[in-house]
Design a protein around this ligand. Structure first.
Ligand code: 4UU
Length: 546
């Protein structure tokens, strides 16, 4: 599967058969086989045990679609924002909006009002779905963004009050008196339309809107399903859905792909040890997508025994590197469980690599899924031609899952793609003779904490807002449990004094908690920069990591 041509140099193709791009709207793709399991549970909340069958989930989302159009006058190309923790209603909101012809932007529910406001503005969202608990934060975010959006609130228990001014999501998704034939499909609707607008900082700078189409997402579902085939008519798998649905990993790989295959989602609003153990033990979690810190938790937590995870047949780790030693410890503790790895990024819907069944190369993040091509190019950007096996460089990919580009950002698109639609990942990798890829480093500035994106440019902007700070630069240092922790170097204005705590507190008050300056603050006289004023990030790591 190694090829060569004059334009691309060496490039790899997938060992799998090419996928058939579904070419239908995403909700139709997800519901394609739902009749086969319409009375099975589709989603259950691990905390409250409230649940929906496939028929209930599908009907509720169709009802939501109708009301978005008839009651709220939302149509293509409007954007709906979902700011919810994981819960069974999440797919109702997402697939309903999609059925109405809208695109969905997914917002981290633990964001601060500032962070939410920014995404509402960038995405130009017209409607918000949130939780009762998060309602005040959303109101504040609306005020900050200057947009008075209708906010539909999901109450997680029947007893939870509807906040004043909120729309009751249960009313909007109610199947009572709904006229399904009133749904209007735009004449120009196409599977190439944007369906999701998640945010990612990509290789540099602030978060940008990632335009993902129906075909991008459904192609990636197909690709994942080929690498991990399941048969719900024989046995219904349960997925402890602990990875947040707002992030592309939870959204595509857990929620959409598995609903398309008839599995049961056991949703958790946050990672809490007892809930997580319950999802494995009581709900018999059998396929588990996780990030490395959760694998470490499973290895180390005394209450989580081999018996607790008795039903667990597959675990897939992704979103950040995991050490081979940790994989081995995991397999020692859970010998019945097959350990897989995936590698992906928001810009690729997300999956780019997955270990195949029976893999024993535990340092590898896997092989290319169907219809995906990759090449490794020199790190210095001097040439975009691919090099051969066992040579390290920047990983570039192309395939039906790769985004068309960032929203309204030609400049970012120009640096993110090489000619021929090759997406630059910003990750350092090589492949072996058998087409297994190994991610060895990250060359882009992005910091990953527990698998979440922490863009340095975002924290640098927050630091620059501090009245005592002249300049700042942020980078990641290794962190035993979370993978990395953000650290800042700070130059104070003349005649100012400050201590590290007050600087860290300034940041902590303005960002989601995983973005805090856990790695500390160091005061310096200057930020290392090149002649054009760009921060020399490599120097930061070398100079200030100890
Ligand atoms: C080393 O993290 C993601 C998507 C992760 C994902 C999705 C489906 C993993 C497995 C899967 O099946 O997306 P982003 O956009 O938040 O972050 C992308 C970056 C990558 O560029 C890389 O630097 O996260 C890092 N990354 C990894 N690094 C992702 N997966 C891995 C991995 N090993 N397995």
């Amino acid at each position: 599967f190694l090829h060569y041509n004059a334009e691309d140099g060496y490039y790899k193709t997938s060992p799998y058969d090419p996928i058939k791009v579904p070419n239908v709207p995403l909700h139709e793709y997800v519901w394609r086989d739902f009749k086969k399991w319409e009375n099975s549970t589709a989603a259950v909340c691990v905390i409250t045990d409230r649940q929906y069958t496939y028929a209930q989930l599908r009907d509720a989302s169709a009802a939501f679609a109708v009301r978005l159009q008839t009651k709220f006058k939302l149509f293509k190309p409007d954007v709906l924002a979902i700011c919810l923790p994981n819960m069974p209603e999440y797919p109702i909101a997402a697939l309903g909006a999609i059925e109405a012809g809208l695109a969905v932007t997914t917002i981290n529910p633990i964001y601060t009002p500032d962070e939410i406001a920014r995404q509402l503005k960038f995405s130009d969202a017209k409607f918000l779905v949130g939780s009762a608990q998060g309602y005040e934060t959303l109101r504040e975010a609306c005020q900050l963004s200057g947009k008075q959006l209708p906010i539909a609130v999901v109450r997680s228990t029947a007893g939870e009050a509807l906040p004043a001014g909120a729309i009751d999501f249960f009313e909007v998704m109610s199947t009572e008196n709904v006229r399904y034939d009133e749904l209007r499909i735009a004449k120009d609707a196409s599977p190439e339309d944007m369906v999701f607008l998640p945010f990612s900082s990509g290789t540099t700078g602030l978060p940008k809107g990632v335009v993902l189409s129906h075909n991008n997402i459904s192609s990636n579902c197909e690709q994942v399903q080929d690498a991990l085939p399941i048969d719900s008519l024989q046995f219904q798998d349960t997925l402890p859905a602990v990875l947040p649905f707002f992030h592309i990993y939870g959204l595509t790989v857990v929620m959409l792909s598995k609903l398309g295959q008839g599995s049961r989602l056991a949703t958790m609003p946050a990672f809490k040890p007892d809930d997580f153990i319950k999802a494995l033990d009581t709900y018999k979690g059998s396929i588990l997508n996780l990030v490395p810190p959760i694998a470490l938790f499973m290895i180390n937590h005394p209450k989580l025994t081999k018996e607790t995870a008795d039903a667990l047949r597959v675990v897939m780790s992704g979103a950040a590197p995991i050490g081979q030693h940790d994989v081995e410890r995991f397999m020692q503790k859970f010998p019945k469980t097959r350990f897989m790895q995936g590698y992906g990024m928001t810009e690729a819907s997300p999956v780019v690599l997955m270990t195949p069944m029976g893999n024993t190369r535990y340092a590898s993040t896997g092989v290319l899924p169907g219809s995906t091509e990759a090449k490794i190019v020199p790190l210095d950007g001097s040439d975009s031609k691919g090099v051969g096996a066992r040579t390290t460089g920047e990983l570039c990919v192309r395939g039906p899952q790769v985004m068309s580009g960032y929203l309204n950002n030609q400049e970012a698109n120009d640096v993110t793609f090489y000619p021929g639609k090759w997406l630059r990942t910003g990750d350092v990798a090589f492949y072996d003779e058998d087409g297994y890829f190994y991610i060895t480093d990250r060359m882009k500035e992005l910091i990953k904490v527990k698998g979440f994106q922490v863009p340095p440019a975002e924290l640098e902007a927050v630091l620059r807002d501090h009245p005592k700070i002249l300049e700042a630069a942020v980078f990641g240092i290794p962190h035993e449990l979370n993978g990395e922790a953000p650290r800042a170097i700070v130059v104070l204005r003349e005649n100012e004094t400050a201590n590290a705590e007050e600087i860290a507190a300034h940041v902590a008050a303005r960002v989601a908690h995983y973005k805090k300056l856990e790695g500390g603050v160091i005061f310096v006289d200057e930020v290392p920069k090149n002649p054009t004023g760009k921060i020399l990030r490599k120097d930061l790591k070398e100079k200030y990591s100890d």
